[in-house]
Design a protein around this ligand. Structure first.
Ligand SMILES: Cc1cc2nc3c(=O)[nH]c(=O)nc-3n(C[C@H](O)[C@H](O)[C@H](O)COP(=O)(O)OP(=O)(O)OC[C@H]3O[C@@H](n4cnc5c(N)ncnc54)[C@H](O)[C@@H]3O)c2cc1C
Length: 471
């Protein structure tokens, strides 16, 4: 029997892939009363969707294709709502700097030669800086330091800092360059500059995409140039459908069942859920590393310490619905660089992405790495709501009272891949292998924080299990 810990999207995907390949008995153990983890979509009384966690998924690369193949497997193709690159919300990326919203330069070559505020020089000057700046051989560094060193402070400040806030609600000065810019970092380390390294890689054929697509939906996404996609009615439809499918295929799903301890015996394992013990051949944990840490602490304190030291941040999400079409900019939303010292990380313009009649739906995302600083003393729903409404008013000039709202505090919801993260993951993997622990680790704490990454981590873990059975 296999035990899967955690019923978020990665745990559900593990069960799905296990059922598709080895039809051994699978038990899914989930602490809360529902499946889906951070993926949660609710409806307002007037039928509008509020996303409390992830809202869009990128159809890019192996991980993007893998998720679209899962969508096909689950017969959800007709529910996919894509946003193509030509859509204004994919084209218009805004940042809030010095009390004003600014559009980031577009992807066109022409935009490299113009100076666009808040930048004080044309972007082409950053490319010259990259060609001139000396190489700095380092094992790892922050994404901010790398970009500042190679492309200048303004790019680090106005492009990279908000990007990091948007992806992981983190501080670009702490997050490893390998998190979002591994190939650019390696290009510099090998060839002395990002531009030279990238050109050498192109000439050497290293960037050639040899991946053969087998998924029709992925081929459609490429042909129609999708930037991102979501699901009609909200992204929670994905874990909901997975939940129904795994139960139909006889998975044993236990809700309200927090796992309190993992006990490893030679070649076997057991989990303790309150007073019950479940023995199994292998455990696949999709729990956030911090939550897995105490479960293995008794037998493996060293492993527990490594798991525990992967930091996380808390995010507050405030969903707001206003009557009428109140936004002046047709954009995905805007992000705020950390230098602006604001409690909000950004605001998503939901109804620009997915219009819903004469309504405006916004999602204000707050806190993250700075949650304690801004909300440590008062994180009551009232305070979070009034902060969100205040910034909607001052930045977007919307002074109406929201028709509906929802406030969610997502405690420790996003792991932070700080400098040294990838070395830590190697140590964790080595520990599990060297001690022959019947344990696989999947989910957002290890090799990617997005929906695609965690679904792919589930698939890889199951593929590896099958390989081990066959050898
Ligand atoms: C606000 C926010 C916005 C995001 N936006 C995007 C986006 O737009 N696009 C994107 O691709 N990604 C986004 N992400 C990331 C994405 O949501 C995550 O990658 C994904 O949901 C992680 O899923 P998971 O199953 O690995 O973990 P989780 O969702 O954390 O699931 C873990 C499960 O384990 C359970 N659990 C915990 N402890 C125990 C225990 N002891 N015993 C049993 N069960 C336990 C929990 O209850 C939970 O259900 C966002 C994340 C957040 C927080």
């Amino acid at each position: 029997m296999y035990v899967v810990l955690g019923g978020g999207i990665s745990g559900l995907s593990v069960v799905h892939y296990l059922q598709k390949s080895i039809s051994k008995h699978v038990k899914l153990i989930e602490a809360s009363s529902r499946l889906g983890g951070w993926i949660r979509s609710t409806r307002t009384p007037s039928g509008l969707v509020f996303e409390h966690g992830p809202r869009t998924v990128r159809p890019k690369g192996v991980a993007g294709e893998n998720t679209l193949a899962l969508i096909e497997d689950l017969c959800l193709v007709s529910k996919v709502v894509p946003i193509p690159y030509s859509h204004p919300t994919a084209q218009n990326r805004l940042i809030y700097v010095n009390n004003a919203l600014h559009a980031l330069p577009s992807n066109s070559i022409c935009s490299l030669f113009f100076t666009q505020p808040p930048f004080t020089k044309p972007l082409v000057s950053a490319l010259f800086q990259d060609l001139k700046a000396p190489r700095n051989l380092v094992k790892d560094e922050s994404i901010y330091d790398f970009v500042e060193r190679r492309l200048g402070k303004e790019i680090a400040e106005y492009a990279v800092s908000p990007l990091v806030s948007g992806v992981c609600a983190g501080d670009a000065k702490e997050i490893s360059v390998k998190f979002l810019m591994k190939s650019l970092f390696e290009a510099e380390q090998a060839h002395g500059s990002i531009i030279k390294g990238t050109l050498m890689n192109i000439l050497g054929g290293k960037l050639r995409n040899t991946f053969q697509s087998k998924c029709e939906l992925f081929e459609r996404a490429e042909k129609e140039k999708w930037s991102v996609w979501s699901l009609d009615g909200g992204l929670e439809l994905l874990p909901e459908t997975l939940g129904i499918s795994i139960k139909k295929h006889k998975a044993d799903v236990l809700l309200n069942s927090p796992c309190e301890e993992i006990i490893f015996q030679t070649g076997k394992a057991a989990v303790r859920v309150r007073k019950e013990i479940f023995e199994c051949d292998h455990i696949i944990s999709s729990l956030p590393a911090k939550q897995l840490a105490p479960l293995v602490a008794k037998q493996h304190p060293e492993l527990s310490e490594e798991l525990f030291s992967i930091p996380t941040v808390t995010v507050a999400v405030v969903n707001l619905h206003y009557k009428g079409s109140l936004l002046k900019n047709n954009a995905f939303g805007f992000l705020v660089p950390s230098s602006q010292n604001l409690p909000i990380l950004g605001i998503v313009f939901d109804t620009c992405c997915f219009p819903k009649g004469d309504n405006t739906v916004l999602t204000v995302i707050m806190g993250g790495r700075w949650f304690e600083r801004f909300f440590g003393e008062d994180s009551t729903p009232g305070r979070l709501l009034s902060t969100a409404v205040q910034y909607v008013h001052s930045i977007l000039h919307i002074s109406a009272t929201p028709e509906d709202h929802q406030v969610s505090v997502l405690n420790n919801c996003i792991p932070q891949y700080v400098i040294g993260h990838y070395e830590r993951i190697e140590r964790i993997k080595a520990y599990v292998n060297n001690h022959n622990l019947p344990l696989s680790l999947v989910g957002a704490s290890y090799n990617g924080v997005g929906v695609n990454d965690v679904i792919l981590s589930a698939r890889t873990a199951v593929d590896n299990l099958i390989k081990n059975i066959q050898t």
